[in-house]
Design a protein around this ligand. Structure first.
Ligand code: SF4
Ligand code: SF4
Length: 439
């Protein structure tokens, strides 16, 4: 049997649960009557509004800008009127400042025309990426223009496109690869020009054969001597799509602790972020809508929806016909790294990839017990950390002692908690240790 590429240490195989939505083409959701656009959509500084109360805004018009610090602008996801400036429900911070737009029901969707990006310089392309408000749409939301401008002392030779989509349930990237392969490859070429390099590897897990086929065909159709773009088939193993694991899998290079991928000559972008770069450069369209997988046995009609940033979960639920009696828990993001939400008022942001409506049979509610020192969490950790020791120290009120076990290298993938037979909430302990260390 062919041995497939993967990272060398740890990882788990949770049930994939992608069958609920994998075959559902992306569907355009109707525009909600109101959109709540959170001002802080990414790592970095939140935006300051550039509009006033009752202003009329066109679809795609800028409504917020970062005046100090690292960040990208915000754009109106639909035409409408600025209704209010206030606070919106937020999955991680209880609430966050936002702008609410009352959308215009009679407005036509804005049409964008293709233009030739080839004559533009790398600097001009980079400026456009920033102006379009692009952040990493599949993860923590790092501003994309910063990733595309690595420090000069770290020469980059390889671009990796992350098409692994290793979290269970989520199929948003998969549908992008099926439905917009040519655009993703064109986006890869734009990135290669910005970085001044030739080589791009597109990593896709082996459980997505159709995506591998279509992306391979798209890369072949766009082949030139100027760029080398190839698809690499990866073993199905979570967290295959995590940056450090993906880099090690595809290049054999190990990113040192606390260093950026550029330290080993690599830049990684998600395939959907790459599509957003295509939209920004070729169409002139800013990032203000998202493909979001809505799945789980707790929603009446699972779907891959194209939704406007700012759409509340409650509007999505209404659009899909409501929830089922089996609904037990709602998670924003995947089941391994997502956050449980308690309010349907939370709006979609640029980094929302999925909203899961899970039934009791899809979650584990059994209580946790003492550590039995089985060592499974150590084996599962892809970073080689000691989650059990971190948890024991936090429980004993000694979070300051967890640095020696690598707490700050933990990227909260959840593999340790997934395998723990004592059901210990290891990621929560780790988050607590990090929080206490900051204060
Ligand atoms: S959550 Fe952190 S400690 Fe646990 S397996 Fe993932 S990286 Fe390791
Ligand atoms: S897997 Fe759970 S029970 Fe086993 S050592 Fe780790 S924390 Fe302890």
């Amino acid at each position: 049997m062919e041995s497939l590429l993967t990272f060398p240490k740890g990882g788990v195989h949770p049930p994939e649960a992608k069958e609920l939505t994998a075959d559902l083409p992306v569907e355009e959701m109707v525009v909600s009557a109101e959109l709540e656009i959170i001002l802080g959509q990414h790592i970095g500084a939140p935006c300051t509004p550039t509009v006033l109360l009752k202003d009329h805004v066109a679809e795609g018009a800028m409504i917020g800008e970062v005046v100090k610090g690292l960040g990208v602008p915000l754009h109106a996801p639909a035409a409408g009127t600025i209704k209010s400036f206030g606070m919106s429900a937020h999955p991680m911070r209880v609430s966050a400042p936002s702008i609410t737009i009352k959308t215009d029901p009679d407005a036509f969707p804005r049409q964008y025309e293709k233009s030739d990006w080839q004559p533009l310089s790398a600097e001009e392309l980079l400026k456009k990426v920033h102006g379009a408000g692009i952040v990493g749409v599949g993860g923590a939301g790092f501003p994309t223009h910063v990733k595309l401008n690595p420090p000069p002392n770290n020469p980059v030779d390889t671009l990796i496109l992350n098409g692994a989509e290793c979290e269970p349930y989520i199929t948003a990237d998969y549908r992008q690869m099926l439905e917009a392969g040519a655009e993703i490859v064109e986006g890869a070429k734009i990135i290669l020009k910005i970085l001044g390099i030739k080589k791009c590897l597109i990593g896709i897990e082996n459980n997505k054969p159709e995506a591998i086929k279509r992306m391979t065909a798209a890369a072949a159709a766009a082949a030139t001597t100027e760029y080398q773009i190839s698809v690499q088939t990866l073993q199905v193993k979570y967290p295959q799509g995590s940056e450090k694991q993906l880099i090690q899998t595809l290049t054999g290079r190990k990113v040192p602790a606390f260093a950026l991928p550029s330290a080993v000559g690599v830049v990684v972008h998600n395939v959907s972020t790459t599509k957003a770069i295509y939209d920004a450069i070729v169409l002139g369209k800013p990032l203000y809508e998202k493909i979001v997988t809505i799945s789980g046995k707790g929603i009446k009609r699972p779907a891959n929806l194209r939704v406007k940033v700012g759409t509340r979960i409650s509007d999505i639920v209404d659009y899909l016909g409501g929830v089922t009696p089996e609904l037990s828990k709602i998670i924003m993001g995947g089941p391994m790294m997502g956050f449980a939400v308690s309010s349907l008022d939370i709006p979609v942001t640029k980094t929302t990839s999925s909203i899961l409506f899970l039934s009791e049979e899809e979650i584990d509610t059994s209580p946790h017990s003492q550590c039995i020192r089985c060592g499974w969490c150590l084996e599962a950790c892809p970073m080689g950390l000691e989650p059990k020791e971190i948890a024991i120290h936090v429980e004993a009120g000694r979070p300051e002692g967890t640095g020696q076990f690598g707490v700050f290298e933990c990227f909260e993938c959840g593999c340790c908690a997934y395998v723990c037979p004592a059901k210990r909430p290891l990621v929560q302990f780790i988050r607590l240790a990090k929080m206490k260390a900051k204060h």
